[in-house]
Design a protein around this ligand. Structure first.
Ligand code: FES
Length: 102
């Protein structure tokens, strides 16, 4: 299935796309990046997307900051898998928050 190129999925855990986040920020005007979790739970799963959420938040605060560059969908997913493997290695089997929450 083709993903809309100009609206990448940022939070892969909760399937939250960039357009949804940008519109949510514009309407809700959050004071902290962590408040983006109120947008369909973005960032509250594995944590992989939090750096992108932070960048989206910062871009919304300052017009001089451009929207973050998102790797193509395949690379983004692959990098998340590496992140999850590293996280499992650090926490050990059964300690992953994803396994507990799903
Ligand atoms: S990709 Fe967003 S919390 Fe996992």
């Amino acid at each position: 299935m083709n993903e809309v190129v100009d609206d990448p999925e940022i939070c892969l855990c909760f399937h939250v796309h960039r357009r949804k986040l940008v519109n949510w920020i514009r309407i809700e005007r959050p004071q902290r990046a962590a408040q983006l979790s109120d947008c369909f739970g973005a960032g509250t799963g594995c944590g992989w997307c939090r750096s992108y959420l932070e960048k989206l938040f910062l871009a919304a605060q300052d017009e001089a900051v451009s929207l973050p560059e998102i790797p193509d969908s395949e690379n983004y997913r692959s990098q998340r898998q590496d992140y999850l493997r590293e996280k499992r290695r650090e926490t050990g089997p059964g300690e992953n928050s994803l396994e507990k929450s799903s």
